[in-house]
Design a protein around this ligand. Structure first.
Ligand code: ATP
Length: 606
């Protein structure tokens, strides 16, 4: 965080420690991969490169023409030639600028299209990422790669690489012209360039170091302010009478900051002195040696115009030379950007469609777990040899203490994760052999945490079946016991539900998500019954919605409510990833095991 403590300075042509540590290895493979994104746009690339070169060359041309303006126009006092040359110079300048418009357009077009391709590729790749990836990755990191990293590529293409090419072209033209006019003067002029560049680099580096140091102190100051001027910090320092100590600490940090700010400003002053001196040495030397050549040695090849052009060209070289010296830093930054993007592209797709995936004609909904084992982390087994069957039209309830692995069982069925041992069969086929979309289309999952997006009730329902008619929607909502509520709203089905459905109550959200599943008519329904306590009216409404569904469909329920459990055909008791008891309610209660305990402690209350 930067506060109002006079922190100054930017990244400049130097890398931060973090950038240095994270700088990728520049390999041929990485380069090839970067350029592979340009290949589809090779025509635009050629136009853009040519336009950059031509506009840079034309941009230097008027400077070169100055020589002829002086020699042929002014010194020879020839007005028509003078006007012609000025006109030519002006024309070339206009042309150079027109070409640079073309160059900007092609470049922006190309960069936008490349980032468009990259964003799409990244989005569809991320869509294929497993549930594990989204549970483990930081949300912010995913968004950053999608937005600013790919956005950064765009500025690399339109900014960094363009300016490298431009500077290179300008420098080449300037050098060739200077050497053609006078190799001696050119060499003298160029020898001075490092004299100017090297101190600039050194001073720049020193400023950068001070900036880093000052950034650190600035953070320290902010830290002190946050700690001591906050409500609790103030209270603490008052009660412990540490005001003086805190003041001294703040003053000390502030002193350091001031010292650094002065240092940084002075480094800037010296910097300017250095620039002024060295930028003038080059031209002076050219004038001196040029003058000696003409005056003392009567050199007739060299004209006043030539000398003027040399001085002007030398002045134009500093900028490009300086930027080209930063090439390494620019390269590392661009590579790091691409590297971060490629890192995501290279993430393997954990749950993928089998190349010979099956899409059976029909779906009966017979589910079987055969000695299924599973772990999220290899050293922490979650499920251990879980076997059960769910016949079409019947229902199975899973109960067990918190953390037993109930939700995990559910996650395995739509293949949010793949089993690590055993197999899961649907209608006798291993679910890993089934087409993923087919599998997921035929399973309806009502999760504990109901997710509704910020849209209308109708839009949220249509997400399950985009072509559903109003009659179908209303039918599903009636079955889910929510139609009467929706009809009573001023805007009915067009009511906006708010972020994550926050404008609805917990019970309403659950019933809406049940309606969403009914609309979908899946062959197998999976309920993760919410544990959140609802009032008895909401409970009742949900119960009324669930029971008929359970009665007529094939369903697997993680049950917390006694009434749901009672309507199941079989109850599985899960503990520490193992099925420890199974049977119907009566048998299990009599057994006096875990089920009896769960029944006495939890279910009786609900
Ligand atoms: P509850 O009734 O509280 O929802 P549950 O029986 O559904 O519990 P699960 O959610 O299946 O339990 O979790 C089983 C175990 O797996 C827990 O110990 C949990 O910490 C662990 N676990 C769940 N999800 C992950 C994950 N994504 N990565 C690592 N461990 C996980």
């Amino acid at each position: 965080m930067m506060g109002g403590n006079g922190f100054k300075g930017g990244r400049g042509g130097f890398l931060t420690e973090e950038e240095k540590q994270n700088s990728p290895k520049i390999t041929l493979r990485l380069l090839k991969r970067m350029f592979s994104y340009l290949v589809p746009y090779w025509k635009q690339l050629i136009v853009s490169v040519l336009a950059i070169i031509i506009s840079s060359v034309f941009g230097v041309f008027p400077t070169i023409l100055t020589g002829r303006i002086i020699d042929e126009g002014l010194l020879e006092q020839n007005l028509p030639v003078l006007i012609r040359l000025i006109g030519l110079s002006f024309g070339v300048l206009i042309l150079a600028n027109l070409i640079s418009v073309l160059e900007s357009y092609t470049n922006v077009w190309m960069a936008e299209n490349i980032t468009f391709d990259m964003r799409n590729k990244m989005y569809s790749h991320l869509q294929r990422m497993s549930h594990r990836f989204f549970t483990t990755s930081k949300q912010g990191d995913i968004i950053t790669r999608m937005t600013s990293d790919i956005g950064g590529v765009q500025s690399v293409l339109t900014g960094t690489w363009t300016s490298i090419l431009q500077n290179f072209a300008t420098l080449t033209v300037a050098l060739v012209t200077m050497y053609t006019k006078s190799p001696l003067l050119a060499t003298i002029g160029i020898v001075v360039v490092p004299l100017f560049i090297l101190p600039t680099k050194r001073v720049g580096k020193r400023r950068w170091e001070i900036t880093l140091e000052s950034r650190k102190h600035n953070d320290d100051i902010n830290q002190i302010l946050n700690e001591t001027l906050s409500l609790s910090g103030q209270l603490l320092s008052k009660l412990f009478v540490t005001e003086n100590y805190e003041f001294d600490r703040y003053q000390e940090a502030n002193k350091q900051m001031i010292r650094l700010n002065i240092k940084e400003s002075m480094a800037g002053k010296w910097f300017r002195v250095v620039i002024n001196v060295f930028t003038n040495i080059g031209p002076m030397l050219i004038y001196l040696v040029g003058g000696i050549l003409i005056i003392e040695y009567g050199n007739t090849d060299l004209t006043i115009g030539d000398i003027t052009v040399m001085v002007a060209l030398l002045g134009r070289m500093y900028g490009p030379v300086n930027s080209l010296l930063n090439i390494q830093v620019d390269m590392i930054r661009s590579m790091a950007l691409f590297d971060r993007i490629f890192e995501y592209f290279d993430l393997p797709v954990e749950i993928d469609n089998d190349p010979q995936a099956l899409r059976p004609e029909s779906f009966a909904g017979e589910l079987a777990f055969e000695e299924v084992s599973f772990h999220y982390d290899p050293d922490q087994p979650i499920l251990n040899n879980v076997s059960f069957e769910l016949k079409p039209g019947s229902s199975v309830a899973i109960v067990g203490p918190s953390g037993a692995g109930k939700s995990t069982i559910i996650n395995l069925i739509p293949r949010l994760y793949d089993v690590t041992g055993g197999r899961i069969l649907l209608d006798g086929v291993d679910i890993r052999k089934l087409d993923l979309a087919f599998l997921r289309q035929h399973i309806g999952v009502v999760t504990q945490d109901t997710y509704l997006f910020n849209g209308t009730i109708r839009e949220n329902l249509l997400y399950a079946k985009p072509d559903a008619t109003q009659a179908e929607i209303e039918q599903a909502c009636s079955e889910a016991n929510i139609h009467a509520f929706i009809s009573g709203l001023p805007k009915g089905y067009d009511t906006v539900v708010g972020n994550r459905g926050m404008k609805l109550s917990g019970g309403e959200k659950q019933r809406l998500s049940i309606a969403r599943i009914i609309l979908r008519k899946p062959g197998l329904i999976i309920f993760d019954e919410a544990t959140s306590s609802l009032d008895s009216i909401s409970e009742h409404a949900i119960q009324e919605a669930i029971e008929p569904i359970l009665a007529k469909s094939t369903s697997l329920i993680i049950a917390h409510r006694l009434s749901t459990i009672l309507s199941a055909d079989e109850i599985l008791v899960l503990e520490k990833g193992k099925i420890v008891e199974r049977g119907d309610h009566e048998t299990l209660v009599k057994k006096g095991g875990i089920y009896t305990m769960l029944y006495n402690t939890q279910m009786k209350q609900t």
